[in-house]
Design a protein. Structure first.
Ligand code: GLY
Length: 563
């Protein structure tokens, strides 16, 4: 006990005195339109589409395909995502292109004969992949809302893949770090390991991916879910003992859903409904926060941080119990968003003392690997806003590249509850609501969000980061609405995270200033530093004069572009 307290104290000492990032910095300001994404080349592609007169959905499609090339650790065609749309007239829509469990999946597929979880099976390799949803999602988004020809939206990604693009130092490092896994989990040597040590500025060319994108450009969904791409994917599955079949691919369809909304003070929160937990959890957190004087307490002071941690503890407990794919499980969305219910969740919340998340084993506080996923935010010149979070799950997904087709497969099956109460790679636990069933979508934390203020478009925001996505978006919104930060400052600001179980507060270096960490510890919170940052967000704020301010996350290579 004394030893562990000493370790925590050391952690605090190391947290003290870390520099605060600039909370007042202004991001790129433009007059009419903007794209913010995880990669400057993808943002440039989106901005170019908007300049050609494309709308926010056109730009979103082009950015999605461009990210699949230039940001292969999370950008994808072998994964899935969520898109939230607010049209200029206030009309809302949401597209769920989340992956699905293959037909041969079953609830105990990752357990051994003793009923224990087989380490890594849901996480790396062919069996970890769900049926990809991205291409059908993009096709459906284009059919319903697109204004430019489809081929013009896919073409920029083809050019990036065929001609190649220079690696940033972060991307080069990540490719090098993954080399061993790429060798282990692939049945044929993937393009990514042709070179054994990548350096900043090296050109990455992805010829197989370029040909797959050409098929998608020419044939739409058929170019991916049928014909040569499907043949290559299924052959890959057979070689690696995966279970995705041609029938799984042919039957995959993205689904249009009604966004969840919640009015919190002057702000209307518009976000993703189940199978994401993000929208509901975010609205719960912001509703609870409205009842406390966070503004007076100040940014990341002991008062506000303690309160936010306690709110997060309760909201993530709800997530574990109630949330799953609404097509398979009756998620009580309205009950969870009922203000009386939300108020009841904070009864007994002490402002003096940390609560105890029951039955916590000491556990490993941080996920074993940097959580991934990527978010992009877009506002077009007409005022249409799109918020998209897309993912392979962890960095480079399952690590499996479809040989001959050049794209990575997701490891999204790990987002199911592989065994009730057993933590996934993010330490999240779940139950029946998120158990594996054939054709079911796994629960997500992705939180693509749009805010209105007094009925007008105010902010487009979202983040990567697995289970930390929800608390990242929550903090960014509070940073702007309660603490008056700029969009860029709100994204720069240090973050912390609690998710009920394991009962730890993860904190970025410097997020909790001198004294705050120590006081939180004295209240009973267990705090662990999080190397590599928490979340990576992309936001756009509509300024009072109607101009747009972009917030591009300094934790990555993120960039805003627009005009
Ligand atoms: N795979 C991360 C998420 O969907 O939350």
């Amino acid at each position: 006990m004394i030893r562990s307290r000493l370790i925590f104290l050391l952690v605090f000492i190391s947290l003290l005195g870390c520099a605060e990032r600039d909370l007042k910095e202004r991001g790129l300001v433009t007059d009419q339109a903007m794209v913010v994404s995880a990669h400057p080349l993808a943002s440039a592609v989106g901005s170019s589409i908007l300049r050609q007169g494309g709308n926010a959905i056109d730009a979103a499609i082009a950015v999605q395909f461009a990210l699949a090339v230039v940001y292969p650790d999370a950008g994808n065609i072998g994964g899935g995502g969520f898109l939230v749309l607010r049209q200029q007239d206030g009309t809302l829509d949401a597209l769920d292109y989340r992956e699905k469990a293959p037909a041969a999946a079953h609830r105990n597929m990752y357990l051994n004969e003793e009923g224990e979880v087989i380490d890594g099976l849901s996480y790396k390799g062919h069996l970890a992949a769900g049926v990809p949803g991205t291409v059908d999602g993009m096709v459906q988004a284009h059919e319903k809302y697109g204004s430019m020809p489809w081929d013009k939206l896919v073409q920029p990604a083809i050019e990036l893949a065929a001609k190649g693009f220079p690696l940033t130092s972060k991307e080069a490092r990540k490719l090098n770090e993954q080399r061993a896994d790429f060798i282990t989990y692939n049945t044929k040597r993937p393009e990514f390991i042709l070179q054994d040590h990548w350096r900043e500025g090296d050109t990455l060319r992805l010829q197989h991916l370029a040909h797959t994108l050409e098929r998608i450009r020419d044939k739409g969904r058929v170019g991916f879910y049928e014909g040569p791409t499907a043949d290559l994917l299924v052959a890959e599955m057979k070689r690696g003992r995966g279970i995705i079949t041609k029938a799984d691919l042919a039957s995959y369809r993205a689904v249009w859903r009604k966004p969840v909304t919640g009015q919190v003070g002057n702000y209307r929160i518009i976000s993703m409904p189940p199978p994401s937990s993000g929208g509901i959890a975010l609205i719960q957190l912001l509703t609870i926060s409205e009842k406390y004087p966070l503004q007076d307490w100040g940014w990341n002071t002991v008062g506000s941080a303690h309160f936010m941690i306690e709110a997060e503890r309760r909201v993530y407990a709800d997530r574990a119990k109630h949330l799953g794919d609404p097509d398979f499980y009756d998620v009580p969305v309205e009950d969870l968003l009922d203000t009386a219910y939300i108020s009841s969740r904070i009864k007994g919340l002490s402002l003096d003392k940390a609560a105890d998340s029951d039955e916590i084993s000491a556990g490993v506080p941080a996920p074993p690997e940097s959580p991934n996923t990527t978010h992009y935010s877009i506002i077009d010149a007409q005022g249409n806003a799109v918020s998209v979070t897309t993912t392979l799950n962890s960095s480079f997904g399952s690590k499996v590249l479809v040989a001959g087709a050049g794209f990575l497969l997701n490891n999204e099956m790990d987002d199911f509850s592989v065994k009730p109460g057993f933590p996934n790679s993010y330490g999240l636990v779940g139950g029946e609501a998120n158990a594996i069933r054939p054709g079911k979508r796994m629960l997500s934390s992705m939180t693509p969000t749009i805010l209105e203020k007094d009925g007008e478009l105010f902010m487009v925001v979202g983040s990567m980061g697995g289970s930390t996505i929800i608390t990242t978006v929550y903090q960014i919104i509070l940073n702007v609405t309660k603490h008056g930060f700029s969009m860029q400052g709100a994204i720069n600001a240090g973050r912390f995270h609690h998710q009920w179980k394991p009962d730890w507060v993860l904190s970025e270096w410097g997020a909790l200033g001198a004294g705050t960490g120590l006081e939180l510890w004295l209240k009973g919170h267990r705090i662990a530093p999080k190397d590599g940052g928490i979340g990576r967000a992309a936001g756009i704020l509509v300024l009072p004069n109607g101009k747009l301010e972009g917030g591009a996350d300094p934790r990555g290579d993120d960039a805003a572009a627009g005009f």
